[in-house]
Write a protein that binds this ligand. Structure first.
Ligand code: DSN
Length: 402
């Protein structure tokens, strides 16, 4: 099954906006002997013996991530982005407190207060969204905040193609005395390179996953410049909601952070944006509708709200040709979350493979060909062969990579 997955990853075009290809060094660290070690606690303050190397590796990950983002405190133990967000709430809120986050159907995340999620069950959650133009209207967010008076405002998104104005969010948070919490899971790799506004001068606390644009192992991180918040976050993660940290994953985070600190990272982040922009330009030129009319970051959100096929249909047609994306709810959605009226397409993984504007222009035109004649299975078979050839020219892993 692992060999089959390797084959799938090297013969398909990976365009899920939240996925990426880690380096073999990151995978080696994840598969290292650190997987055997229990290390409850924090560096140099553990509950088990034999942690001297676990201490060094966790401290290295902390030091590197603080250097990347220019922040003072980091917790690198969250097993995922959801655990990181859960720890922020546990550290700073009481059950029933009000939180204000971006609506899931407008591009927010489950953990930003969606009702089926713990964040919507344990806390009194309210939402803001995007306007008909697909963009956040900050004046409207300010109005909602002034009525709700939340204890925390969450900014950050999973399916929003435009730059997030953290400065404006801080003004809104200050106007109602709220804590500002930025979840930069999707854009962290761009922030690291200065290719997206940084939240660190504005937000009280910042979380991210480590496996999206940061191109590390699956996991989460929490960062802040506030010592008091940092102490509460550490207690919320352990012993609050997690047990033993995954030191092998923390070692892999340290490797990934080391890669981000290299000068090539800036080029990678710039290319992610250039590739997404190329994709947006081609799809618009071919008559497709993009939520917000374009992109400032690593993704485009294609809307079929005015078409007679759904996000699910588009997802399946693209999968038939070897392009992996995900169906996605769009603003003003009329179909169910299992069907949807959109697809989200991202550039980070194929940019890691070395693809540039030329390849994204080619792929954008193929996507347009497929979606313009969505039931033409003959065409899908023909395009699949062309795209497989392209994918195999840009593989990042060899047969011996597991
Ligand atoms: N599942 C992630 C994404 O695809 O954006 C969010 O956690």
């Amino acid at each position: 099954m692992i060999e089959n997955e390797l084959e799938r990853q090297t013969t398909h075009l990976e365009m899920i906006a939240s996925e990426n290809f880690t380096s073999p060094a990151v995978m080696q660290a994840m598969g290292s002997v650190f997987t055997n070690k229990y290390a409850e606690g924090y560096p140099y303050k553990r509950y088990y013996s034999g942690c001297e190397f676990a201490d060094q590796v966790e401290q290295l990950a902390i030091d590197r991530v603080c250097k990347i983002f220019g922040c003072s405190f980091a917790n690198v133990q969250p097993h995922s982005g959801s655990q990181a967000n859960g720890a922020v709430y546990a550290a700073l809120l009481q059950a029933g407190d009000k939180i204000l986050g971006m609506d899931l159907s407008h591009g927010g995340h489950l953990t930003h207060g969606a009702k089926p999620n713990f964040s919507g069950k344990n806390y009194n959650s309210f939402t803001y969204g995007v306007e008909l133009d697909g963009r956040i209207n900050y004046d409207r967010v300010a109005d909602i905040a002034s009525i709700v008076k939340p204890k925390i405002i969450v900014c950050g998104a999973s399916a929003y193609a435009r730059e997030i104005d953290f400065k404006r969010f801080k003004e809104i948070a200050d106007s109602v005395g709220a804590i500002l919490f930025a979840d930069i899971a999707h854009i962290a790799g761009l922030v690291a390179a200065g290719e997206h506004m940084s939240p660190f001068s504005y937000a009280d606390v910042v979380t991210s996953t480590t496996h999206k644009t940061l191109r590390g192992p699956r996991g989460g991180i929490i960062m802040t410049n506030n010592e008091d918040i940092a102490k509460k976050i550490n207690s919320a993660i352990f012993p609050g909601i997690q047990g033993g940290p995954l030191i092998n994953v923390i070692a892999a985070k340290a490797v990934a952070f080391g890669e981000i600190l290299k000068p090539q990272w800036k080029e990678y982040a710039k290319q992610i944006k250039a590739n997404a922009e190329t994709l947006a330009r081609v799809l618009i030129a071919r008559g497709f509708e993009l939520v917000s009319g374009g992109t400032d970051n690593h993704l485009v959100l294609l809307s079929f709200i005015n078409k007679d096929f759904s996000g699910k249909d588009a997802d399946r047609a693209l999968e038939n040709t070897g392009i992996t994306v995900n169906k996605n709810i769009v603003p003003g959605e009329t179909r169910s979350p299992f069907i949807t009226s959109g697809i989200r397409i991202g550039s980070p993984a194929l940019t890691t493979c070395g693809m540039k504007e030329k390849e994204f222009e080619f792929i954008g035109n193929k996507i347009a060909d497929i979606l313009s004649d969505i039931n033409n299975t003959q065409l899908q078979i023909q395009i699949k062969a062309e795209l497989k050839e392209l994918a195999q020219k840009f593989v990042v892993y060899s047969k011996s990579t597991y």
